[in-house]
Ligand binder design. Structure first.
Ligand code: FAD
Ligand code: DLZ
Ligand code: SF4
Length: 512
């Protein structure tokens, strides 16, 4: 006798849930249940994703399904081009229910609100029970974040991060932080120099499965943004683990020092380039942090590197996810500055004389990757200074990066980079003139514009846009205590200079 249900359940696994320890898999019965995975138009087209992102997800899905099958799971896998593909997850689940005479659906909570809201209606639509399980790959459950946020006017990451250090025990000595300090960010702002031996992320040659997917993407998504080949991403957990080892071995020791640096021709510097693997589920965020912690205790990486890296994951990554679920729906429509400019066309081509913008955009086109400071202080900073509609900026970021899912992208864009939430996430706008970019990069040397020139012909556009942005939004920003000194500088400026800044900004904006 068995108490197993007579009919199987459908275990739906999404394209960013490719984890052996996925909650829905843990709950599933290998002898009875059916795993459903589906390449569908609704997910592949809700924004026009970068070609490399679609390729990575489809290929990783196919590899994951093959691994599960080899372990004895019953798999129902729909390929993008299959004749009977309904084009939607709900349609594919419905088809599987009928085909397997299934009694219910089990799925791990999707990362994006849009899909969770849709799934809330599935039980009625499909006529079977639909169980949505907590995504246990995150370290901070929704309820914990909600109680942390309750009653706080501003949600500062630093305090959340300290709680997460205590909770995970990462880099802790009892209840004290390793090295007697929670945060070593002040040591992590060095500009970098070109180095012939600059580490590179692990590159994996496409196998037959990946090659088939590349052909599919080239055929079906020909008009999407981005260069598809060469494609070198890991698409299996084994290869993603190798990429983690390569990062820890070669780049981690310098990760902290050069975290904010930018160099022409060096898209990756000392960054891990692991976000797409972590977000798709190939790597578990806690295992990545434990590996980095071990590198510190083994004497392989300094504390500022290990702490800085771990903070990005148990701090920022968990925190932005908490903010997203706390504030959705509605968060992606926030527009504190009421900015309305269209996204300049050169965001899709890189065709601009601003060397920093051209570098960040062409690298985004070629690799579906830019590191944090490029996203924040170059393309993000420019869009905010120019008054671009934050929703258009959000859609661009969601489309062009291989690690982009709304739960992580939107708080970073709407909150951190565009200040469109009015300061929920950041205590002041990340606005900067050309001086910052010049200090942290080597872009300005080869630029047509002169970073030292403040206004007029040939002046770096960031310089005038910076002041124009602050003054345009003076009513909303002057009271910000962190901007007191900046407005004081403006107040002491002569009228001629003020006029010149505003005229230069206006002339430049006319050209967009
Ligand atoms: P590293 O610099 O090596 O950092 C290590 C890891 O920390 C990353 O892999 C990532 O998992 C995590 N991390 C670092 N910073 C953040 C952060 N601010 N928020 C969440 N996780 C973080 N990250 C995404 O994963 N998807 C996005 O769509 C995304 N959009 C962004 C948009 C803007 C405007 C900005 C400013 C940042 C965005 N980020 C996003 C955060 C960050 O830029 C990327 O996680 C990082 O550049 C990925 O490269 P990496 O793996 O080399 O990261
Ligand atoms: C991003 C993506 C793409 C491009 N395609 C699929 C797909 O065909 N099937 C699928 O299950 N998931 C895909 N994904 C990932 C989903 O968009 C992701 O699971 C949701 O956005 C929730 O985070
Ligand atoms: Fe960018 Fe200005 Fe430097 Fe040119 S001069 S690279 S536009 S910051």
């Amino acid at each position: 006798m068995t108490d197993k249900p007579e009919h199987p359940r459908i275990i739906l696994i999404l394209g960013d849930q490719l984890s052996p320890d996925l909650h829905a898999l843990m709950e599933a019965d290998r002898d009875k249940d059916v795993i459903v995975m589906a390449e569908v138009a609704t997910e592949a087209t809700y924004v026009a994703h970068h070609k490399k992102k679609i390729a990575l997800i489809f290929s990783a899905m196919r590899h994951f399904a093959a691994e599960l099958q080899a372990q004895g799971w019953q798999i129902s896998y729909t390929r993008y081009g299959d004749g009977d593909n309904t084009g939607s997850l709900k349609g594919e689940v419905a088809r599987a229910i009928t085909h397997h005479d299934a009694q219910g659906v089990v799925v791990t909570e999707p990362g994006e609100y849009r899909l969770k809201a849709e799934m809330d209606g599935w039980a009625d639509d499909l006529g079977v029970a639909v169980q949505v399980l907590e995504d246990t790959r995150f370290m901070c459950p929704h309820a914990d974040f909600q109680s942390w946020a309750k009653g706080r006017k501003q949600l500062r990451m630093e305090y959340f991060y300290r709680d997460m250090r205590r909770k995970t025990g990462l880099l802790m000595q009892g209840d004290q932080p390793e090295g007697g300090q929670w945060n070593f960010d002040a040591e992590n702002r060095k500009p970098a120099k070109g180095d012939l031996f600059m580490p590179q992320p692990l590159r994996v040659a496409p196998d037959q499965i990946t090659s088939d997917v590349l052909d599919l993407v080239e055929a079906e998504f020909a008009d999407n943004f981005g260069t598809l080949r060469p494609f070198w991403s890991a698409v299996t957990r084994d290869d993603a683990l190798k990429a983690l080892e390569a990062f820890v071995d070669q780049a981690l020791p310098c990760f902290g020092d050069y975290q904010d640096a930018m160099l022409e021709g060096e898209p990756f510097l000392y960054h891990s380039v692991l976000s797409a693997y972590i977000n798709a589920g190939l790597l578990n965020p806690l295992e990545v942090c434990r590996r980095v912690e071990r590198a510190y205790y083994d004497g392989h990486a300094p504390l500022n590197a290990a702490e800085g890296f771990i903070r990005q994951i148990i701090g920022w990554r968990e925190y932005v996810r908490g903010v997203y679920w706390l504030k959705m729906p509605g968060y992606t429509d926030e527009n504190f500055f009421e900015a309305s400019r269209d996204l300049p066309w050169f965001y899709w081509t890189g065709d601009t004389d601003m060397a920093c913008m051209a570098a960040a955009i062409t690298q985004t086109r070629d690799e579906a990757y830019a590191h944090h400071i490029q996203r924040l202080m170059v393309t993000g900073n420019f869009a905010m200074l120019a008054g671009v509609d934050p929703h258009a900026v959000h859609e661009w970021y969601l489309a062009v990066y291989f690690d982009a899912y709304e739960w992580v992208e939107a708080p970073n864009v709407i909150g951190m980079s565009q200040f469109a939430d009015g300061g929920l996430l950041a205590s002041k706008p990340y606005a900067a003139s050309g001086n910052y970019i010049n200090k942290m990069s080597d872009y300005c040397g080869a630029c047509r514009y002169d970073v030292k020139k403040k206004t007029g012909d040939g002046a770096c556009p960031f310089n005038a846009l910076y002041w124009d942005f602050l003054i345009r939004n003076e009513k909303k920003l002057r009271q910000n205590p962190r901007l007191g000194q900046v407005f004081h500088t403006w107040d002491r400026m002569g009228d001629d200079k003020k006029d010149a800044y505003r005229a230069s900004a206006s002339a430049f904006l006319e050209t967009l």
